[in-house]
Design a protein. Structure first.
Length: 578
């Protein structure tokens, strides 16, 4: 039995829930709690929000309700009163390649905002947050840091690998199969067989795509229990981690360990290090600045890229490598990757975590197993610098990002082929009206211009399936999926919608990319760019009301995380001290 079960009740005199449970004037509020079957004892205990992104939209989220029940057991066993609630998700695998993807990044803000509002409105004292799909992970972590109540994050787990013609496959293979099919290299029957077998269970996409990247971040940054990100969603051990997360949040409450004690500049550097070392998703360069913003820490795309530049790439994970999340779990999970980095001197071992111990203390007994090549030593990396690289130049004064994991060629120079939305670019790829050696430009897809900064996996995967993944380059002010591979550069800023250089390009302009030097240039003079800028006129997008309109009014640059509010630097008080 955990020690915290035997500890005395927590004094609620300074906790938010005192505003709804303590004193005669709160009798109406307590009547609602009695109506749900709570006892006097339960009402007197801390109220702990257990938030999930459960829904029936996709396999990423379908197991979260089960895990929430286990987390609630852990909270209750440690003398807390759990209160479960759900928020939304938009699942990228289903939203991808059409107008639905405009909702994806917006959902990150809605998730964070809705958790904040639920916690504030009901005066909950602590938070266990469970998330599955891409934007839900950073959205939940952003809410935790914003509220700054004791919090523990838990990933819902990855999907098991599918099997197709004797090989492990993921949804990435299905997207790339569309390209194979379009050029006659896959039959209708094989495409159907693959789509039926690629995703055989509950859980998030199996490679080191955005969900698994941000799951690794949750452990590296210290908001999740060590090892909790690893087990696939169907495994019963996830329930044990969920229950332990409930115990852990109560211990954090007793010790007043808060997210901003954990999410420091050094913790953010640890998170970026793990992303780079695993060849993780370029989306981390959007989400880490957004999490930092909630803590009032300056940690923009360039700060993330600086960490990427000094970090060796050591975990051979898809899409650039051979292995999937389950393979990493089978050798010991994220702690093994972190231990390899700590042993090599690449992690800050003194950062606090939700265990109440430091990173180094958590990893003290972890051993990097021999006889495996999923995670290498930092002395024998796959490549000496990270799997993700930041770029800057006259085409991207605010920066851009590219995943180079698994790429042989790090330079590209060619003429621009410009498209003002993803659909037009995808049509050109599908019909093969582009040419080898071109730089495909997809613009007006940024946070404001889209609005919503769509991912381009449908287009990039089709290119790869056609065998053109490294024979053309693609740049966009939008985003890429964590499953994207090839010479694909996203987050180009300033975006076209605000007159950024990407919006001034014309077909045939020569673009030069050097992922070794970290540059992204168009071979035009400053004078020519200025002439074009004077002729440029802003465009009106198709979303002039509703959530996407509202988002476009408030969202900032990708360079700073595409955030929609002033952040912790502007706070006059924090919810945890209400």
């Amino acid at each position: 039995m955990p020690d915290d079960v035997r500890k005395p009740a927590i004094d609620k005199s300074k906790l938010p829930s005192r505003h709804v449970t303590v004193g005669p004037e709160r009798a109406p509020h307590r009547s609602y709690l009695y109506a749900m079957g709570l006892s006097d004892e339960q009402i007197a205990q801390p109220l702990v929000g257990v938030a999930t992104t459960w829904n029936e939209a996709a396999p990423c989220n379908i197991a979260l309700s089960r895990q929430a029940q286990a987390a609630k057991k852990g909270v209750a066993a440690a003398n807390g009163t759990p209160r479960e609630f759900c928020t939304i998700t938009v699942t990228d695998g289903i939203a991808m390649g059409h107008q639905g993807m405009k909702s994806s990044l917006v959902s990150r803000e809605v998730i964070a905002d809705s958790i904040e509002l639920t916690m504030r409105g009901h005066c909950y004292d602590a938070l266990v947050g469970l998330a599955g799909c891409d934007k839900s992970l950073p959205g939940v972590m952003m809410a935790m840091v914003r509220l700054n109540v004791p919090s523990v994050f838990m990933y819902g787990g990855s999907i098991l690998p599918g099997r197709f013609k004797g090989k492990d496959v993921t949804v990435q293979d299905v997207f790339e199969a569309v390209g194979l099919h379009s050029v006659g290299n896959m039959s209708d029957e094989d495409l159907h067989d693959l789509e039926c077998h690629a995703c055989p269970s509950a859980g998030s996409c199996g490679g080191q795509f955005t969900a698994n990247t941000m799951a690794c971040v949750s452990e590296a940054i210290g908001l999740a229990l060590p090892g909790s990100a690893g087990a696939p969603a169907p495994y019963e051990s996830r329930d044990q981690y969920a229950e332990a997360s409930g115990h852990a949040v109560m211990e954090c409450l007793r010790r007043n360990i808060r997210p901003r004690d954990i999410v420091t500049r050094k913790a953010l550097e640890n998170a970026a290090t793990v992303v780079a070392a695993s060849g993780g998703s370029t989306n981390a360069a959007l989400h880490l600045p957004a999490i930092a913003h909630e803590a009032g820490i300056d940690f923009d795309l360039h700060a993330v890229a600086e960490v990427f530049r000094r970090t060796p790439y050591i975990a051979d994970l898809k899409p650039g490598g051979k292995y999937i999340a389950k393979d990493l779990f089978d050798i010991g999970g994220v702690p093994v990757l972190m231990k390899a980095l700590l042993d090599g001197g690449y992690l800050h071992g003194d950062c606090l975590t939700v265990t109440g111990k430091t990173v180094a203390e958590n990893l003290a007994d972890v051993v990097v197993p021999s006889g495996q090549d999923v995670v290498r030593s930092t002395k024998n990396p796959i490549s000496p610098t990270g799997g993700v690289v930041g770029l800057r130049g006259n085409l991207a004064p605010q920066g851009a990002i590219v995943k180079v994991a698994g790429m042989a060629k790090l330079q590209f120079r060619g003429p621009a082929r410009c498209f003002d939305c993803e659909e037009d670019a995808f049509e050109a790829v599908e019909k093969r009206t582009y040419k080898e050696g071109e730089v495909i430009v997809i613009r007006y897809e940024g946070p404001r211009g889209g609005p919503g900064m769509r991912e381009m996996l449908a287009t990039t995967a089709a290119l790869y399936g056609q065998g053109m993944g490294e024979k053309v380059a693609l740049i966009t002010d939008g985003r890429f999926s964590g499953a994207t591979r090839g010479f694909c550069i996203g987050h180009v800023g300033p975006e076209a919608a605000v007159g950024g250089p990407i919006g001034l390009l014309q077909d045939g302009d020569i673009i030069s990319i050097d992922a070794e030097k970290g540059t992204l240039e168009v071979e035009l003079s400053d004078e020519e760019l200025e002439r074009r800028r004077k002729r440029w006129k802003p465009r009106r997008h198709d979303f002039q009301s509703g959530a996407l309109w509202k988002y476009a009014q408030t969202v900032g640059d990708a360079e700073k995380g595409a955030v929609t509010h002033p952040g912790a630097k502007a706070e006059t008080h924090v919810y945890a001290d209400v």
